[in-house]
Design a protein around this ligand. Structure first.
Ligand SMILES: Nc1ncnc2c1ncn2[C@@H]1O[C@H](COP(=O)(O)OP(=O)(O)OP(=O)(O)O)[C@@H](O)[C@H]1O
Ligand SMILES: [Mg+2]
Length: 261
């Protein structure tokens, strides 16, 4: 099962991805968290120390690895099916609750047809992550839409689009929905985040209904999320009983019911 968390900048993708990953891991799933955002901050939401995280070499920047697997650093004689099944074990780091983290890094070109080795490698990696019933990949995506074009979201079963009260993230959700259909994502679901009260939840609900996007849960606005960020701690370590964690736990249970019986 591969879940990609998408949405406009700043809506809460990383907070939700990191917390969700650890809650699934606590339920006995083998969770691979993929930081596909060049800003690289998923480690914090996972509770992995900065001193460890700063040593991670993003996969797309591992020139030697890519050269050795794709046959070229310039894409001239690119092998289309680089061998990648050992990459997670070699380059992933293990964080709290046993969640594994890999970091994708930046891709030079956003063109959908780009054959540069980095792109071919990332695409191969995403489509080769073979899943057993207890295996779960959770990808924290970049705010823009280019990851959809460059294909790193290929093979994703379910896209969770985070929206917050307000028109901007809601419009973005509709745009991402269109692109997700182009790359064949089966399920596109919305999560309302930073929701203050029933009225805001209703607003999100009616907009999503209009776009034909089912809502899988709401996460309330919670000061604990901000405070955790200020001290640089994972939300789950900072305040495991806060409202936001409870709502993310409900979200996890709902996703389990839907996809992981
Ligand atoms: N439920 C919430 N209640 C209050 N604040 C929240 C909530 N969720 C996220 N935030 C705050 O919103 C900001 C953005 O969160 P986060 O980094 O998780 O979003 P993002 O979508 O990953 O952002 P980016 O697009 O920059 O990667 C942070 O300051 C975070 O503390
Ligand atoms: Mg983020």
């Amino acid at each position: 099962m591969k879940i990609a968390i998408v949405g406009k900048g700043g809506v809460g993708k990383t907070t939700i991805a990191g917390t969700l990953a650890r809650l699934f891991a606590r339920d006995g799933y083998n969770v691979l968290a993929v930081d596909a955002d060049p800003n690289l901050n998923l480690h914090m939401s996972l509770g992995i120390d900065e001193s460890i995280a700063s040593k991670i070499v993003p996969i797309s920047e591992n020139a030697e690895l890519i050269r050795s697997r794709t046959g070229s650093s310039f894409g001239a004689i690119l092998r289309m099916n680089p061998k990648v099944d050992d990459i997670v074990d070699k380059f992933g780091i293990v964080g709290p609750d046993g969640v594994k983290l890999i970091v994708m890094g930046t891709v030079r070109s956003g063109n959908s047809g780009c054959l540069c080795p980095e792109n071919a490698f990332l695409r191969a990696l995403m489509s080769h992550l073979v899943m057993g019933t207890k295996d779960l990949v959770i990808m924290d995506m970049v705010a823009g839409l280019e990851h959809l074009a460059r294909g790193t979201a290929r093979g994703v079963n379910c896209m969770l689009c985070v929206v917050e009260p307000g028109a901007k993230s809601i419009i973005t959700a509709r745009r991402i929905l269109k692109l997700s259909r182009d790359i064949g994502v089966k399920d596109f679901l919305a999560i309302g985040n930073k929701v203050r009260g029933e009225e805001q939840a209703r607003l999100i609900s009616s907009k999503m209904k209009g776009f034909g996007i089912p809502i899988v849960g709401y996460i309330p606005y919670d000061e604990a999320v901000i405070k955790a960020e200020v001290v640089g701690e994972a939300l789950l370590d900072f305040d495991p009983n806060c409202k936001a964690v409870k709502a993310i736990n409900d979200l996890k249970n709902k996703l389990k019911e839907m996809y992981l019986p």
